[in-house]
Write a protein that binds this ligand. Structure first.
Ligand code: ATP
Length: 742
């Protein structure tokens, strides 16, 4: 214990030095009098960005900096920690190894059967900077040396982590990642990986650690392209929001599916029927047909007054122009130029024929210049433009979807009735994929902006080339002496090509990749993680697949918890349109959250409908049995139950049908509730959809017979310690084994 404490003290000293170094480097870079030349600014930007990233990692390392030690049979001896650090000596000896490095892997995988070269594995428990416990496992049977910290139960560290009172925020699990989870976390980053598992099997936490691992293993790529984590609702995102920063990773964008169309905030709600219709794949065809409807032809013609003579835009002329525009296969707004060009051309020809006609039947009397002149005048005629705009209007995604929902077409009557609404309504989450689809169908005519951007990029590349030549020439002792991490800064100067450096400059100039990604509908993410993936509609999948052309994705979910009416169904239904059968599926089978007695009740509920249902196996159990109480006044009984539970440490959640929340809020005035409840408060009031993915020490479920079965299954499995059910109208089938209380 003493020796480990000495080591930990040394480690925190080193951390303090590194942090001070990074802080000074940022300060110096910001105040460095290198002048305001582009080179000085570029160097400064790179330095500040890199050092700020390091600072974030150092700050993250503060808590539980080192939690393990591996002693190998060949004499190697490594401490494992949240971040990696080296000594300040000539060899830059590793002091603590990042948990994501290959060397650290036996910490999670080695067993007596497959020791992976280990003699002993030590778990170190710390509080603040003080070592409070050691736990040794002997993996080499020939090793007779004993430290006195060998425990009989190798799961002691895991169980004490699982028993801890909840805080309303998910924590990282780097100290106790289990072997089946480690394999998922470190799976290759290419392709689609599906992680399926029942409640509490660690799907969410594993997916987040996978993001941290991928950012470590593919730093260059993913830091530029960012990782997107999609979760079901804002409360869930704030629940998981601290895990990645606590692992030192900030290049991640967390979003709900309703937040993925920049500039639109989905505050409205749909009826379940409307959400199902809007989510169905048929919507893509309906919208595409609706766009074609907006490419009209006159019936029979539009007559336009023009200085040089009357113009008649006939149906036939417009049809030809439309066919030419459609043949480009460009999106509507981009193909508009082709339509306009053909119309103007046809009108010019028409006018040429009239004005230049030779009364004696000879060839047209107008010369090439005259015809060009006529064409120019027609192209400048505002009425011509108005006619073109009427036939082939420039459209925004918002306008298109609004028009469509006001008067839906190309769908069965019942579907039309389900989604029709008045213009000006708030956008709903189910509208977001429609807006995205519309944006794809319409395209943005940004050719001028793109040309400008490309010219600027070329200028930056030329400039960066100059910087590279200069910075190599002026390589100084100061740079050579930097810490290992810092020398990456030098590597950036030395090894990147001009194009990459120019790109970096662009990034450093503005926002982080995650921030830029959030504002850019066409951003291609380096990796996408989707939680509660079973809930997403086919239209939402179309949107997500567009955001990830490389199909590097991790999808986690549990079909038994599906609640949304428009959900896609099976993994195969979700994925086959995009990757065929080329995806890997793994199943997690151990429930780390819900105690066995509670899980049995939840499983019985599903067994009532499907006798073959097998729940995940709970690793832990509690003494108390889950209970039920019949009450005439449900809010009063809930208030009493909550008052009894708040004496315990941790968090209490009341999960109730949405219609009961108001009445419960009155009897629980201190409870947090609403669209974005504060989960760190002692008592939270949630409807079943809001409870998805969360967990609490105590859960009280009110009026269970008003829940749909999958919602009730989710609600029952949120408890880590205690579960009670309060009802006025009897219990749904399957819940009979709850212990009745008066
Ligand atoms: N290896 C582990 N060490 C410590 N805690 C763990 C481990 N694996 C999972 N947990 C904990 O178990 C709980 C459940 O994990 P998580 O929320 O990721 O499960 P899930 O499969 O997403 O559940 P659900 O489908 O019910 O939302 C969390 O508190 C998580 O921290």
């Amino acid at each position: 214990m003493r020796r480990e404490q000495e080591f930990i003290d040394e480690l925190y000293e080193r951390l303090a030095d590194l942090r001070a170094g990074a802080e000074t480097a940022v300060q110096q870079a910001l105040s460095r009098d290198g002048g305001n030349t582009r080179q000085a600014m570029l160097e400064r930007d790179i330095l500040v960005a890199e050092q700020s990233g390091l600072l974030a990692a150092f700050n993250a390392g503060e808590r539980g900096l080192c939690f393990g030690r591996l002693v190998f049979r060949d004499g190697r001896d490594h401490h494992i920690g949240r971040i990696g650090m080296r000594r300040d000596d000539a060899d830059r000896t590793p002091m603590v190894i990042d948990w994501r490095a290959d060397v650290a892997r036996p910490f999670y995988l080695a067993t007596g059967h497959t020791p992976m070269g280990l003699r002993r594995r030590r778990h170190l428990t710390t509080e603040g900077q003080t070592v409070t416990g050691l736990h040794d496992e002997i993996l080499d049977l020939d090793d007779t040396e004993r430290t006195g910290y060998e425990g009989s139960d190798a799961d002691a560290v895991l169980l004490s982590a699982l028993d801890a009172a909840r805080t309303g925020r998910m924590h990282d699990i780097v100290q106790t990642i289990q072997a089946e989870q480690d394999r998922i976390i470190r799976a290759p980053h290419r392709g689609v990986m599906v992680v399926e598992g029942g409640p509490g099997t660690g799907k969410t936490v594993v997916a987040l650690h996978r993001a941290a691992y991928l950012l470590f293993a593919h730093r260059e790529l993913l830091a530029r392209r960012a990782v997107l984590v999609v979760g079901p609702n804002p409360a869930f995102l704030s629940y998981i929001g601290e895990v990645l920063p606590s692992l030192g990773e900030t290049g991640v964008l967390l979003a709900t599916p309703g937040e993925l169309f920049p500039g639109v905030t989905a505050t409205g709600t749909d009826t379940p029927e409307a959400a199902a219709v809007k989510g169905a794949a048929a919507m893509a065809d309906a919208l595409a047909a609706f766009v074609r409807d907006r490419q009209a032809v006159p019936d029979p013609e539009i007559v336009i007054a023009h200085d040089d003579g009357e113009l008649r835009l006939t149906r036939e002329m417009a049809e030809d122009a439309r066919a030419a525009a459609r043949a480009t296969e460009q999106p509507h707004n981009l193909a508009r130029a082709t339509f306009a060009f053909h119309v103007i051309d046809a009108l010019t020809e028409q006018l040429t024929d009239t004005l230049g006609a030779d009364p004696y039947g000879g060839p047209n009397l107008l010369g090439v210049d005259d015809i060009a002149q006529l064409g120019k005048a027609i192209a400048a005629n505002e009425d011509v433009h108005a006619a073109i705009a009427g036939l082939w209007p420039q459209l925004s995604p918002q306008q298109l979807v609004e028009d469509f929902l006001e008067e839906p077409v190309h769908l069965p009557d019942a579907d039309i009735a389900a989604i029709r609404r008045k213009p000006g309504a708030e956008w709903t989450p189910a509208d977001v994929p429609l807006l995205d689809e519309a944006a794809e169908l319409l395209g943005v005519d940004d050719s001028a902006a793109l040309a400008r951007a490309e010219a600027e990029r070329q200028e930056r590349i030329a400039f960066a080339q100059g910087v590279l030549e200069l910075s190599y020439g002026s390589r100084t002792q100061e740079f050579e002496d930097r810490d290992d991490e810092e020398s990456e800064v030098l590597l950036a100067h030395d090894l990147v090509d001009a194009e990459r450096l120019a790109e970096r400059h662009e990034e450093a100039d503005h926002r982080t990749a995650a921030e830029r990604a959030a504002a850019d509908r066409t951003w291609a993410f380096g990796h996408i993680i989707v939680d509660e993936a079973q809930e997403l509609s086919p239209m939402t999948w179309r949107l997500l697949m567009r955001r990830c052309p490389t199909r590097s994705m991790t999808l986690v979910g549990d079909p038994a918890q599906t609640a949304e009416p428009g959900a896609s169904g099976s993994w195969e239904a979700i994925l086959s349109p995009y990757v065929g059968e080329r995806y890997e599926q793994v199943v997690l089978g151990v429930n780390y959250r819900t105690p066995a007695k509670i899980m049995e009740v939840a499983a019985d509920l599903l067994r009532a409908a499907d006798p073959s249902f097998t729940p995940p196996r709970s690793v832990r159990d509690t003494d108390g049995r889950p209970w039920s109480q019949a009450a005439d006044d449900v809010p009063a009984a809930v208030a009493e139950a909550v008052a009894g539970a708040t004496g315990d440490a941790g968090r209490v959640a009341v999960i109730a049908p949405a219609g009961l929340i108001g009445a419960l809020a009155e009897v629980l005035p201190w409870a947090s509730y609403g669209p974005e409840p504060d989960l760190t408060r002692p008592v939270v009031l949630l409807d079943p959809r809001q409870a998805k993915g969360l967990e609490f020490d105590t859960v009280v479920v009110a009026e269970p017979d008003e829940f749909q079965a999958s919602d009730l299954y989710v609600a029952l499995t949120r408890a880590t310690q205690r579960l009670g059910v309060i009802h006025s109208r009897g219990l749904p089938k399957g819940l009979e084994q709850l212990a009745p209380v008066a």
